[in-house]
Design a protein around this ligand. Structure first.
Ligand code: PLP
Ligand code: LYS
Length: 414
């Protein structure tokens, strides 16, 4: 978080005071640090530099075109999960031969688009999907590069909504059925088996689940080799956690040691799909406190950003730290920071000792660069906030605030 720091009691992003940005673009607003994004990406590049690696940024975390093109220019690929994400990635200039496509419900149309683009690999999640891809590719007279997403049944020790590698989860092909499915796939027209894919969950803070699932992946790739199926790419997914509160999280270097120590051949291709760990701590959501409301039992700071702008606290009970934009002297107060949305679950912070805050103050919801704007909605007909990218002493609006007209653009009143 070193790109977000105080100078004389005032919060800066890189060399720009947050207040200066808000004066120009208004509140609420997402603000990202280019330096922070570049540094996170570089830590993956360095950690995996000894092996042939594609870092396929999981753009679901933050799919802004400027961020995609920033990463694309550094050599990043993209992990996409829809035709829309594929479209965005290509618009941002990410070459298709660095794009992998995951997701349990790809449509025939999406498969066709990805085949036309010539993506690196489809990460296929079920037998039926495999048959559909074979049919679509054969019809087009092309061959789809395929990995099966193998569900290793490993507990990632994270929030249940974002655990994906357990037996009971909807993702991937159960590890027990995977060998038979690969053998079947090897005979299907229009399919070329090029990889194995795993992704066990998000916001992983322990190294053991990575180790367990990768150990299973290596064992599985050896079982495939014995059956004559050689694999070019081991796609180990994403999921590395970030520090929201006081978590101690593994680094890309820790992950690479686990992985690369087991991969003897440096020409064995590795694909990584980090999302949160690239952008999560590279962004904040700034909101202005409109009102302070004290009841018999609680203090509420009512801000101009709500669950439609950042849904993680409402959806997962997620913790986001709260920093004042200007530090005030005084005692902390136990309070909630809530939004204007008509839902009791509309809170960004709940029952927490917060620094002294007055109506009119700007505050920063930290660690909001991943799954922040990306999951924002127009609920309550609220225009989504702008996104700002800071680079050194400059800042740029990389997505303007939506207008009321944007809200109704494709509708008509009868
Ligand atoms: C297939 C796949 N790859 C990569 C990611 C990115 O995960 P994270 O943002 O936790 O790195 C996800 C989301 O969890 C995913 O579902
Ligand atoms: N959206 C989630 C993570 C889901 C990851 C996508 N597979 C979050 O905010 O933490």
């Amino acid at each position: 978080m070193k790109q977000f720091h105080y100078e004389n009691g005032e919060l800066y992003v890189e060399s720009v005071p947050v207040e200066k940005i808000i004066r120009e673009v208004g509140s609420p607003a997402y603000i990202y640090s280019e330096r922070a994004i570049s540094d996170s990406y570089a830590s993956y590049q360095e950690a995996f530099s000894s092996h042939k690696t594609v870092i396929a940024y999981a753009m679901k975390a933050n799919g802004n075109l400027s961020i995609l093109s920033l990463l694309g220019k550094k050599g990043s690929g993209a992990d996409v999960v829809s035709g829309g994400e594929l479209f965005r990635a290509m618009k941002a200039g990410i070459p298709p031969d660095r794009i992998v496509f995951a997701g349990v419900g790809k449509t025939e149309q999406e498969m066709k688009e990805a085949l036309e683009a010539g993506i690196l690999m489809f990460n296929v999640e079920s037998s039926m999907e495999l048959d559909t891809l074979s049919k679509v590719a054969s019809r087009m007279g092309v061959t789809a590069n395929v990995a099966l997403r193998v569900n290793p049944d490993v507990d990632p020790q994270t929030h249940p909504y974002i655990s994906t590698g357990l037996k009971k989860s909807k993702f991937g092909v159960p590890v027990k059925e995977a060998l038979a499915e690969y053998l079947r796939a090897s005979k299907l027209p229009g399919i070329r088996l090029t990889g194995i894919h795993q992704h066990i969950g998000s916001q992983l803070t322990q190294i053991a689940p990575f180790r367990d699932s990768f150990t299973r992946m290596i064992a599985f790739s050896e079982a495939l080799k014995e059956k004559g199926i050689g694999i070019s790419w081991l796609d180990v997914g994403g999921g590395l956690g970030i520090r929201y509160d006081d978590e101690k999280v593994p680094t890309p270097g820790d992950i690479s040691r686990e992985i690369l120590s087991r991969v003897k051949d440096p020409s064995q291709g590795i694909i990584l799909e980090p999302g949160r760990s690239i952008v999560g701590n590279s962004g904040i959501l700034v909101t202005q406190v409109l009102y302070v409301k004290k009841t018999e039992v609680k203090t509420f700071y009512i801000g101009d950003a709500g669950m439609n702008d950042l849904i993680r606290p409402s959806l997962y009970g997620a913790f986001h730290d709260l920093w004042p934009i200007r530090v005030r002297e005084g005692a902390s107060v136990k309070a909630d920071l809530v939004g204007p949305v008509c839902e009791t679950g509309d809170f960004l912070v709940q029952d927490r000792d917060l620094p002294p805050i007055k109506a009119g103050d700007l505050v920063s919801v930290m660690s909001a660069g991943a799954y922040g704007f990306a999951m924002a909605s127009n609920y309550n007909a609220r225009p989504r906030p702008p996104e700002i990218l800071v680079s050194g002493d400059r800042f740029e609006v990389i997505r303007p605030r939506e207008t009321y007209e944007d809200l109704i653009r494709s509708e008509s009143a009868r």
